[in-house]
Design a protein around this ligand. Structure first.
Ligand SMILES: [Zn+2]
Length: 111
């Protein structure tokens, strides 16, 4: 029994990678299949999976982020919010970029 779906590259397929999901049983005999068309978020390739309806579980597509265990959740909560210092250095980085652009356009004007 499958617990998750994987791309041919080995990357796990999760809900947001799924482009199409449907029922598949073209001959109306034998078991129904769940048809999944996906685009791998790592290798960007398109692929398909057929999973027997009996073996299908929505949990196969659960994002690892929603399955964070207690330890991970604790770690995230201690990370806290973005600090003022972090904001400041972010804005400084933006300002530096702006200065570079100004210098460049000055230079262009002179030539
Ligand atoms: Zn892939």
């Amino acid at each position: 029994m499958k617990t998750c779906l994987k791309c041919t590259c080995g990357h796990r397929i999760i809900r947001r990678d799924v482009m199409q999901k449907g029922q598949y049983n073209p001959h109306r005999i034998g078991p129904d299949y769940v048809y999944i068309k996906y685009r791998c978020s790592r290798c960007k390739k398109l692929g398909e999976h057929y999973v027997k309806q009996d073996e299908w579980a929505d949990a196969m597509l659960h994002d690892a982020g929603t399955e964070a265990n207690d330890e991970e959740r604790k770690r995230f909560s201690t990370l806290g919010e973005i600090t003022l210092n972090e904001m400041r250095s972010f804005h400084e980085a933006l300002d530096n970029d702006a200065i570079l652009l100004e210098l460049k356009s000055d230079k262009d004007a002179q030539t």
